[in-house]
Design a protein. Structure first.
Length: 235
């Protein structure tokens, strides 16, 4: 095991809470620290990947960026789970919907994460591993959405290794009932499974691939607060 600080996180042991809410954009992590945490303290700015620890309704929690793609979240979540004694990671992020019953702004609770990535090959399993969320977190998140009246769906997402692709094969994923496309959940769920920890991905539909609808970068950074409400309810 590596000593801390790690090559990617400049914190000492004890500076990161047992629950970390993560976002791809470090500025979204900064937004959460400023709007959801009391007395946030910066614990990381290595490579600009901002991380803060504070309290929310009296409970200690950290927020941190994880970058884009499975390689990036794979590094950060691995170090948090294995070197910093983090027990729970909740990812809040944006997604492109491929389900006609979802609208821009709706939430997706990722029960499972299909993927076109070879991330799971490292485990040398004699078959295909199905990355899934922690059920306790998932059930609590769904209950919170019901209580707050937030529109949401629960189901499979597609974690893609590529944003720009020659052929996304969306029709095939649609036929299998996949709700949305994103880029990180599968690696997060695999790291959590291997470490014996808990993880959940909560997504906001930022783009609807089938309907041709989209939001701006600023909206994605500062207005997708419903998924944050749900995430912080799990602390």
């Amino acid at each position: 095991m590596a000593n801390v600080p790690t090559p990617h996180i400049g914190a000492q042991l004890g500076e990161i809470a047992e629950t970390v809410i993560m976002a791809g954009d470090p500025l979204r992590a900064k937004f959460m620290a400023e709007n959801f945490l009391d007395n946030p303290v910066l614990f990381n700015q290595v490579r600009g990947m901002l991380g803060y620890t504070g309290t929310h309704q009296g409970k200690r929690v950290s927020v941190m960026g994880h970058g884009m793609g499975m390689a990036s979240i794979g590094i950060y979540s691995y170090e948090l789970f294995n070197f910093y004694d983090v027990k729970t990671i909740i990812r809040v992020g944006s997604s492109g919907s491929i389900n006609m019953d979802l609208n821009v702004g709706d939430l997706v609770l990722a029960m499972g994460a299909c993927t076109n990535s070879n991330y799971g090959m490292q485990y040398e399993l004699a078959g295909t591993f199905a990355p899934i969320a922690d059920f306790g977190l998932l059930r609590h998140a769904a209950d919170t959405c019901d209580r707050l009246g937030y529109r949401y769906m629960v189901g499979n997402v597609m974690s893609s290794d590529t944003f720009y692709t020659e052929n996304a094969h969306n029709d095939h994923w649609i036929n299998m009932g996949v709700l949305a496309v994103e880029m990180e959940a599968a690696a997060l769920y695999m790291n959590a499974a291997r470490a014996g920890k808990r993880a959940l991905t909560i997504l906001t539909v930022s783009d609807h691939i089938l309907k041709g609808e989209a939001t701006t970068a600023e909206e994605r950074q500062t207005t997708f607060t419903k998924m944050m409400d749900v995430a912080f309810s799990l602390v």
